[in-house]
Design a protein around this ligand. Structure first.
Ligand code: DP6
Length: 335
């Protein structure tokens, strides 16, 4: 651990992508370290990235796209920092992101993955990818999956300290270059129930929760096999089933949690009659915006159908992308 004076002129910059879960993380075995009850599987997106810059400061602060975050929002950042630093190291964290906020793209995953990589560099702690993934998890669980490139498998682990709960890459982005993800921004509202609160409530009250956890642990290795075999039809069916199982489980929570909107579900119903079912799939995180999966040869048909059914609604088309990485710091990046 370098001394405070050694750190006074340091800075670190890292970036990370959002990831979309095909097998969802919805439930924790231990909330303090965001340790999941089940394995999950996801894909990193190649388009939007979040950049985190870290410089010394007298007090911890986070400047997000030029706005200072309020004090109550700092603990997830501090959990990541505290795993590596000794007092009195304080930092100013600058976050710039092109990930649409509150659009169901789990923006916190990209931030915390970039923060973990930047913090390890800043505090000069040499960590391999599994340890970086576990560190990112401390900030937000799904961030564990924004560290490895391409297709990620988050192993739930069994140890109390969480050191065996991290994500590894199933395959890099080049494994399946024809795969496309299309996020449709039907709704820009912030979700009413945060993932952290929603998971807590679901685990405590849903009569479906126990079966949900088992189903995730069964689905995750199967999803990994579909990815390795590039079996789109099997992946598409399993992805839909997972998403709807998660949202059904949320609905049976007390009080009920409903992230889906009638409009989004109706869109899927209509698409089902317009396109072959094995040419596309859709998933939802804790929000109302669908994220579609398809192959490049089916993309024009999917986009044409979306344009007809949801005219003028903004979309983001992405491929599988690389994971979190250090960036060369630019002087102008200093927050
Ligand atoms: C629905 O990672 O945001 O996107 O660990 O409490 O920060 P915390 O939750 P978070 O949950 C993401 C939930 C999800 C599903 C997923 O990404 O697997």
């Amino acid at each position: 651990m370098p001394s405070r004076s050694m750190l006074s002129s340091r800075s670190a910059v890292a970036s990370a992508p959002p990831n979309i879960a095909l097998v969802k993380y919805w439930g924790k075995r231990d909330e303090s370290g965001n340790l999941p009850a089940a394995d999950s599987v996801s894909i990193c997106l190649d388009g939007p990235r979040t950049k985190v810059t870290m410089v010394p400061s007298d007090a911890d602060e986070v400047i997000w796209n030029s706005e200072r975050l309020a004090e109550p929002l700092l603990p997830p950042y501090q959990r990541v920092l505290d795993a590596l630093r000794r007092p009195p190291h304080r930092v100013r964290i600058g976050v710039t992101t092109s990930v649409p906020v509150a659009a169901g793209l789990a923006g916190s995953a990209a931030v915390m993955a970039a923060l973990a990589v930047a913090a390890a560099d800043y505090f000069e702690v040499a960590l391999g990818d599994p340890a970086l993934s576990a560190l990112a998890r401390c900030g937000s669980g799904s961030a564990a999956r924004s560290v490895p490139a391409g297709f990620a498998y988050w192993h739930r682990g069994a140890l109390a300290d969480g050191s065996d709960s991290f994500a590894t890459s199933i395959a890099g982005p080049e494994h399946w270059p024809e795969l496309r993800l299309v996020a449709l921004f039907l709704d820009r509202e912030r979700k009413l129930v945060s993932s952290t609160v929603g998971m807590r409530r679901t685990a405590a009250t849903s009569p479906l929760y126990r079966r949900w956890v088992e189903a995730c642990n069964e689905a995750a290795p199967r999803m990994r096999d579909y990815i390795l075999a590039r079996d789109f039809a099997a992946l598409a069916a399993a992805t839909r089933e997972q998403a709807m199982h998660m949202h059904a489980t949320c609905l049976t929570t007390q009080p009920p949690i409903l992230y889906l909107s009638r409009r989004a579900v109706a869109l899927l119903e209509t698409l089902d009659t317009a396109l072959p079912t094995d040419s596309w799939s859709a998933t939802f995180d804790a929000g109302t915006n669908p994220i579609f999966l398809t192959l490049s040869q089916h993309l024009p048909d999917l986009v044409a159908a979306l344009e007809e059914l949801a005219p003028g609604i903004e979309r983001l088309v992405a491929r599988p992308g690389k994971g979190a990485a250090l960036e060369a710091g630019q002087p102008g990046d200093t927050p």
